[in-house]
Design a protein around this ligand. Structure first.
Ligand code: HAM
Length: 424
C-alpha cells in the first residue's frame, strides 16, 4: 500500500515553488525597507507558552494544537502561530536591551488541527511580523501599511478591515454589556458559546456557528465602550491610514481568534477564497510581553498566510508572468554554444539570473524556452553573429532588438558593461 501525506499536510511541488519564492522575496524586500530583521525560532515549544499567550479558551488552544509528551514526559506543542515563540525568544535573550524598538519577522510552518478545506491546512506557512517596544498609533498605521504593501506589490486585490478591542481599562465595561446581551439569548447559542460566555465573553463573537453569528448580529459594539485613551489611539490610527492613502473599513465585529490583542486589530480580506477570507491578520498586544514574564513593553504585529497568497496568485495568472529570468542566451551551433556557456556564467557572476539551452534546439524552441522562464531579454548568437562579433539582444517585453558586441577573452568587464546597459 502506498503511504500518502497526512490529511491537511501538503507537498509544495516544483511547479508551485516559483510562486512561493516570488512571495517570499517580495515580502523580504519590503520588510527590510521598513527596517525589520529576521529571527528564526523553534517549531516545538512548551505547551504552556501557547496556553498563556493565545488563551486557554480560544479554539486554537482548546481544540487545534498538536500537543504531545516528549520522551521525558514534558508537554510540548508544535507552534500554531509565530508571535508567542518570537516573544519568548525576545524575553529569553533580553533583546530589548540591545535596541529600544525591535522589529522582527519570521517565516515558516505553523500547525493547527483544523478541518482542512480550500485555504485551510493543518500545516501552513506564515510570514509573521512583530514590533516590540513602541505604542504610538502611527506605528499601527505603518505596520498595516507594510502588510498592505506586500499584497499591493504582488498585485493582489485585497481590502483592509480594522477594529479596536480596547484595553484592560475599558474591556470590562464592554464585557459586561456583552454578558447582558448574551444572558437574553442564552437558550439559542451553541455549547461552546454557553461555556465561553461566562469565562471569556469576547470569544463568543468569534464563534464559527452560523446560528450564533445570526444571533450576534446586533450585539453591542466595542467601539461604543472604548475609554478616552483607546478612542484617541484609534482615531490617530485611522488618520495615519488616510495619510498613507490606504483604504480601509471599520468592522466592529472583528474580534480575532487569539486572546492577546488590545486596541488595534486588523485583517486583510479577499472574497476569492470562499470561507477563508483572511489572507493576513494581526493587531496590538500591549500586555503580552509582561504576561510572558518579560518587561512591560507594548507590541504589535501581523501574519500573512502563504498558502492563501499562493492560491490567490494562481487565480491571477497575469501576475505570474512578471519576468523572473534576466537574460536567456539562445545559441545556434557548437561554437556559439561554447560562447554562450562562458557568457551565461559571466553574467551570473555579475548577479544576473541567466539561462541557456544545452540541447542544441532550434531558435524557435529556444525562444519558447526563454518565454517559459519569463526572461526579460534574450541574447541570440549564431555563426553569423560570432563572425561579426555582435549578438542580437531582444527585449522580450517590447520586442525591440539591438546589436551588442560579444567580447573576447576575459568576459568580466564585458559582462559588467552589459549588466549596466540592461534595465533589470
Ligand atoms: P491568525 O489570524 O491566527 O493570526 O493567522 C494569520 C493568518 O495565517 C491568517 O490570516 C491566515 O492567512 C493564515 N492561517 C491561519 N490558519 C491557517 C490555516 N489553518 N491554514 C492556512 N492558513 C492559515 C496569527 O497567527 C497571529 N500570530 C498574527 C499576529 C502576529 N498578530 C500579531 N502578530
Amino acid at each position: 500500500m502506498k503511504v500518502k501525506a497526512l490529511k491537511g499536510f501538503k507537498d509544495i511541488l516544483p511547479d508551485e515553488v516559483g510562486s512561493w519564492q516570488f512571495i517570499e522575496a517580495t515580502a523580504r524586500d519590503i520588510f527590510q525597507r521598513f527596517g525589520f530583521s529576521e529571527i528564526k525560532v523553534p517549531i516545538l515549544e512548551k505547551t504552556s507558552l501557547f496556553a498563556r499567550s493565545i488563551g486557554e479558551t480560544t479554539d486554537i488552544v482548546e481544540k487545534e494544537m498538536y500537543t504531545f509528551e516528549d520522551r521525558n514526559g514534558a508537554l510540548i506543542t508544535m507552534r500554531p502561530e509565530g508571535t508567542a515563540s518570537v516573544l519568548r525568544a525576545f524575553i529569553e535573550h533580553s533583546l530589548h536591551t540591545k535596541k529600544p524598538v525591535q522589529k522582527l519577522f519570521t517565516i515558516g510552518p505553523m500547525f493547527r488541527h483544523e478541518r482542512p478545506q480550500m485555504g485551510r491546512l493543518r500545516q501552513f506557512h506564515q510570514m509573521s511580523v512583530e514590533v516590540l517596544g513602541a505604542d504610538q498609533p502611527l506605528l499601527d498605521a505603518e505596520v498595516m501599511a507594510m502588510a498592505w504593501s506586500v499584497l499591493d506589490t504582488i498585485g493582489l486585490p485585497i481590502s483592509l478591515e480594522i477594529n479596536s478591542l480596547g484595553c484592560a481599562a475599558c474591556r470590562p465595561d464592554f464585557n459586561n454589556a456583552l454578558v447582558d446581551f448574551l444572558e437574553e439569548r442564552k437558550g439559542g447559542i451553541c455549547e461552546d458559546c454557553e461555556r465561553r460566555r461566562h469565562k471569556n465573553p469576547l470569544r463568543v463573537l468569534d464563534c464559527k456557528s452560523e446560528n450564533c453569528q445570526k444571533l450576534y448580529k446586533d450585539s453591542p459594539s466595542i467601539l461604543d465602550h472604548l475609554c478616552q485613551g483607546c478612542d484617541d489611539h484609534f482615531k490617530v490610527v485611522e488618520q495615519g491610514l488616510t495619510m498613507l492613502n490606504i483604504p480601509y473599513k471599520v468592522n466592529s465585529f472583528m474580534v480575532r481568534g487569539l486572546d492577546y490583542y488590545t486596541r488595534t486589530t486588523f485583517e486583510l480580506i479577499t472574497d476569492a477564497l470562499g470561507a477563508q477570507s483572511a489572507v493576513g491578520a494581526g493587531g496590538r498586544y500591549d500586555g503580552l510581553v509582561k504576561q510572558l514574564g518579560g518587561p512591560n513593553l507594548p507590541g504589535i504585529g501581523f501574519a500573512i498566510g502563504m498558502e492563501r497568497l499562493v492560491l490567490l496568485l494562481q487565480q491571477h495568472a497575469e501576475i505570474q508572468k512578471k519576468p523572473k529570468n534576466d537574460i536567456f542566451i539562445a545559441a545556434l551551433g557548437p561554437a556559439a554554444q561554447e560562447k554562450a556557456f562562458v557568457i551565461t556564467n559571466a553574467l551570473r557572476k555579475r548577479g544576473l539570473t541567466a539561462a541557456m539551452d544545452y540541447a542544441d534546439r532550434s531558435l524557435k524552441a529556444q525562444m519558447k524556452q526563454a518565454d517559459k522562464l519569463f526572461s526579460k531579454y534574450t541574447l541570440i548568437i549564431g555563426d553569423d553573429e560570432l563572425e561579426r562579433g555582435e549578438g542580437t539582444l531582444r527585449n522580450m517585453v517590447t520586442k525591440e532588438q539591438v546589436g551588442v558586441p560579444l567580447g573576447r577573452g576575459n568576459m568580466d568587464l564585458w559582462s559588467q558593461e552589459l549588466a549596466e546597459k540592461l534595465e533589470i
